[in-house]
Design a protein around this ligand. Structure first.
Ligand code: ADP
Ligand code: SR1
Ligand code: MG
Ligand code: MG
Length: 415
C-alpha cells in the first residue's frame, strides 16, 4: 500500500476488491464464490483482467506508476486511468455502439471496471495478421471518429464549453509528453530507446536521422500535435486499440486522450492499416499470396476516409445553425462560402491525417514500440524488406502529403 491509498491488485486481492464494490459485484450477478480471473494485458502500459462468474462478466483495467513494456525504470503517472475513464465515458455517450460501457472508476486505485468485450471479438491487429476481412470495419470506424471528433470540436461546441473541456484534458501532460517523445522526437535522433531490425535497417534508420526535409515536416506535425486543440481525440487509435468481429467494432484504451488535432486519430488508424498492408508479404505463403487481402486493406483505408468525410460533413450540415462557434451561421450561410469552408477544412484535415499516419508508421519501425504485424515475421530479411517498403512510403507521404487531393491517389502511390 502506498501513502496515497493505491495498491497494485493481483488475482486474490481483486476478488476482495470486487466483493467490496457493489457496482462490480452486481455485474457478476453477485455470484462471487468461484470467479474465473485471468490477466490478459498484452498492451504496452497497463494490467487488464477478465473476470467471469456463473452469471456475468467484466473487465478490470489497472494503471501502475510505470510503463509495463519497459518496467519501473520508466515511471509514468497512473492518473492516465482518470483520463481513460473520462474519455471512455464521453466516447461511449457519443458512439455507444462502438465503445464499451464503464461500470466503475476508482481514481485512488487507478482502476476502471468496464464491459467485457466477449469472444469472438479479437484485437483487430491480430485479425489483420491472419488475414481476416471485416466488412463493416471502415463504416464503424468512420462513425466512431465522425461522432467523437465532430461533437467535441468548435463545430459543435461554444468556445466556453470547448475551453473548459480543453482545460480538463490539458492535465494529461505526461501521456502527451510520451507521444511527443516516442513519435515526434526519438525516431529522428540517437536514443537509447530506439531499435530496428539491425543490421538490415541500420542505414535506413540513419537516413531518417539525416533527412532534413523529413525533419522539417515532422517539426510541423509535432507543433500541430502540441498546439492544435481541435477536438477530444483518442490519442492512441492504432489497430490494437480496436476489438472486432465481422459484425462489431469496439474502440478501447483512450488513456492518451486530450484535445488535439483530429488528424492524429484518423492518421493513427490509417497509418496502422498501411503497416498491416506492408507486413502482408511477410505473412504470405504458397497457399495464400495475400494479394486479395492487400486489396481489401486498401479498400478499407479508402472507405474509412471517404465514409468519415461523408458522415462528418453531414453532421456539420445538420448542426450548421447549432451552438458551434467556429463558423457562425450568420457569417457563413452563403451557400458558396459554406461549401468553400467545408472543402478547405476537410482538405486540411486530410493532409494532417496523412502526415500523422506517416509519422506513426515511422515510429513503429525505428522507435521504441514496435508492432506485431512486423515482429511476427520470423524471417528477418523478409521482415526488414517489408519494413523498408513501409518506411519509404511513409517518407513520401509526409513530404508530399499536400499534393494529394483524394485518398485514391494516395493508394495508387502505395501500390
Ligand atoms: P494498454 O493500455 O496496456 O495497451 P489495453 O486497454 O489495450 O491496455 O488492453 C490490453 C488488452 O486487454 C487488449 O489487447 C485486450 O486483449 C484486452 N482488453 C482490454 N479491454 C478489454 C475489454 N473491455 N474486453 C475484453 N478485452 C479487453
Ligand atoms: C513506450 S511507448 C508505448 C506506446 O504504447 C502505447 O500504446 C502508445 O502507442 C505508446 O506510444
Ligand atoms: Mg492498448
Ligand atoms: Mg493503452
Amino acid at each position: 500500500m502506498t501513502t496515497d491509498g493505491f495498491r497494485v491488485l493481483d488475482v486474490k486481492s481483486l476478488t476482495e476488491y470486487i466483493k467490496a464494490t457493489p457496482s462490480l459485484a452486481s455485474k457478476l450477478g453477485d455470484e462471487l464464490d468461484n470467479l474465473e480471473i485471468k490477466e490478459v494485458g498484452d498492451g504496452n502500459l497497463n494490467f487488464v483482467y477478465i473476470i467471469i462468474s456463473t452469471s456475468g462478466s467484466l473487465v478490470i483495467k489497472q494503471a501502475v506508476p510505470y510503463i509495463r513494456l519497459i518496467g519501473e525504470s520508466w515511471p509514468m503517472t497512473k492518473e492516465r486511468s482518470y483520463f481513460e475513464a473520462t474519455a471512455l465515458k464521453r466516447q461511449h455517450s457519443l458512439s455507444p455502439n462502438h465503445v464499451p460501457e464503464i461500470y466503475h472508476f476508482d481514481r485512488t486505485m487507478s482502476l476502471i471496471g468496464m464491459r467485457y468485450i466477449e469472444p469472438p471479438h479479437i484485437i483487430l491487429r491480430k485479425g489483420l495478421i491472419v488475414g481476416v476481412e471485416y466488412p463493416l470495419l471502415a463504416e464503424h470506424m468512420a462513425e466512431f471518429m465522425a461522432n467523437t471528433l465532430f461533437f467535441t470540436s468548435l463545430l459543435h461546441l461554444t468556445t466556453t464549453q470547448h475551453k473548459s473541456a480543453v482545460a480538463e484534458f490539458c492535465a494529461n501532460v505526461e501521456l502527451c509528453r510520451l507521444t511527443e517523445q516516442v513519435v515526434f522526437s526519438d525516431p529522428y535522433k540517437i536514443s537509447e530507446f530506439n531499435r530496428w531490425t539491425s543490421p538490415y535497417l541500420d542505414s535506413d534508420a540513419e537516413s531518417i536521422r539525416n533527412d532534413k526535409i523529413l525533419k522539417l515536416e515532422v517539426a510541423e506535425l509535432k507543433s500541430k500535435f502540441c498546439e492544435k486543440a481541435q477536438a477530444l481525440i483518442h490519442g492512441d487509435l492504432h489497430t490494437s486499440s480496436v476489438m472486432v468481429t465481422k459484425e462489431s467494432t469496439q474502440v478501447i484504451d483512450p488513456e492518451f486522450a486530450f484535445y488535439g488535432p483530429m488528424g492524429f486519430d484518423i492518421g493513427a488508424f490509417i497509418g496502422n492499416l498501411f503497416l498491416s498492408y506492408f507486413a502482408q508479404d511477410g505473412h504470405s505463403n504458397n497457399a495464400n499470396n495475400r494479394k486479395t487481402y492487400k486489396a481489401w486493406i486498401m479498400d478499407t483505408v479508402a472507405n474509412t476516409w471517404n465514409l468519415f468525410y461523408k458522415k462528418f460533413t453531414s453532421l456539420w450540415d445538420i448542426h450548421k445553425d447549432g451552438p458551434g462557434e467556429a463558423y457562425l451561421h450568420e457569417i457563413y450561410k452563403d451557400m458558396e462560402l459554406w461549401s468553400l469552408v467545408k472543402q478547405k477544412f476537410m482538405l486540411d484535415l486530410f493532409h494532417d491525417s496523412l502526415g500523422f499516419a506517416a509519422a506513426k508508421m515511422i515510429r513503429r519501425i525505428v522507435g521504441v514500440a514496435h508492432v506485431e504485424d512486423f515482429e511476427s515475421i520470423n524471417d528477418v530479411v523478409k521482415r526488414a524488406d517489408c519494413e523498408r517498403r513501409a518506411l519509404d512510403f511513409a517518407k513520401i507521404l509526409i513530404k508530399k502529403r499536400r499534393n494529394f487531393n483524394n485518398i485514391t491517389d494516395v493508394i495508387s502511390t502505395v501500390e
